[in-house]
Ligand binder design. Structure first.
Ligand SMILES: [Zn+2]
Length: 344
């Protein structure tokens, strides 16, 4: 399946960007804190194969750890990649039990690779606590699609993860991977106030705010970060953020020790780029734009490469050392994951 996948071919443009811009930047050991491991069959929407994410079913119908390893070796040759991985949050109807069984099975024998389980606010407490007997689980992946309000855009944190679930995370000192909702993300007062309230009430929870706190360009971080920078239990991943000003704002805002690499695969390996304008952001790819490009090389590279370019330029301005680079790509993540204690 891997060798025949037309999505996984390295072009001369990809090779040139890797060789000239990234090979010397990306360290040998990597801890990716944001990988989705799943089967397309866990998406139980009968219309899924004509939906916007149908490429997943077509080219990435089963993303196992082995498959993720192969993708990483193709895009970042000779790197050793460990992962904090979790299921893909398909919209309802989603097979949560199957998703969680699969991620557990995929991470059970690999000592460095750990996982989060996919939860929704209606999930039975006993089911969650039963799964937590497995020590390879390091926390929860909630998602805005599962909002109790049915509003998946403007929902607050507690609309898609309950306080009872956060209490469990607090009891065991677990990680919660949080993709903030609401149009202004980390610049939204509800999100800021909720993070302050939840950090104070549940101090043992370790929050990862995905996608630079969902700030694909700098403005949201510049506006919001000063209000939460002193919260000790919040970390950030850079997954799929392709603008160096955003990485720079995060670095300036919270310091390098709170920032981690994430791929968001199999999103990061798609060709295109997350672009921003005004207060908007979205993924551009060769099928959804109409730009005139005859004056230049019009090919697109992987979102992953655009993200790594942004990370390189975002932190180069701050002149980080080699050892800080190791922290960014590996140590920060490893230390955070290791800080979640075994439960038996
Ligand atoms: Zn993701």
């Amino acid at each position: 399946m891997f060798n025949e996948n037309p999505e996984l071919i390295i072009t001369s443009l990809d090779k040139q960007i890797w060789d000239e811009e990234l090979e010397n930047f990306v360290p040998k050991n990597i801890f990716d804190v944001h990988t989705h491991i799943y089967k397309w069959s866990f998406n139980q929407d009968p219309k899924k194969d004509i939906g916007e994410r149908n490429f997943q079913g077509k080219y990435f119908s089963e993303v196992s750890m082995r498959f993720a390893d192969q993708v990483d070796q193709l895009l970042m040759p000779n790197r050793v990649v460990n992962r904090l991985s979790f299921p893909f949050p398909f919209k309802y109807p989603c097979n949560f039990e199957g998703s969680n069984e699969y991620i557990l099975e995929q991470t059970k024998t690999l000592t460095e690779n750990k996982c989060l389980i996919l939860i929704n606010p209606n999930m039975d407490k006993n089911y969650i606590e039963g799964l937590l007997l497995k020590n390879n689980i390091k926390g929860f992946k909630p998602y805005r699609f599962y909002s109790k309000t049915k509003d998946t855009i403007n929902c607050k944190i507690l609309d898609f993860i309950t306080e009872e679930q956060i209490e469990i995370a607090d009891k065991f000192g677990l990680i919660i991977m949080m993709h903030l909702a609401k149009k202004d993300a980390i610049a939204d007062d509800d999100n800021i106030n909720d993070l302050i309230y939840l950090s104070d009430k549940y101090p043992n929870v370790k929050w990862i705010l995905a996608h630079c706190a969902r700030s694909y360009s700098a403005w949201a971080l510049e506006k919001g970060i000063k209000k939460i920078r002193d919260l000790k239990n919040i970390w950030y991943d850079c997954s799929t953020v392709c603008e160096s000003d955003s990485i720079d704002a995060l670095y300036q805002g919270v310091g390098l020790e709170k920032i981690m690499y994430g791929s968001d695969d199999m999103i990061g390996r798609m060709r295109g780029k997350y672009i921003t304008f005004g207060k908007a952001w979205s993924a551009i790819n060769s099928d959804n734009h109409n730009l005139a490009l005859s004056h230049c090389d019009d090919r697109m590279t992987f979102i992953r490469y655009e993200q790594l370019r942004a990370m390189k330029r975002g932190i180069r301005n701050s002149k980080i050392t080699e050892s800080e680079k190791q922290d960014l790509f590996y140590n920060n993540a490893k230390n955070l994951i290791d800080s979640v204690n075994s439960r038996n």
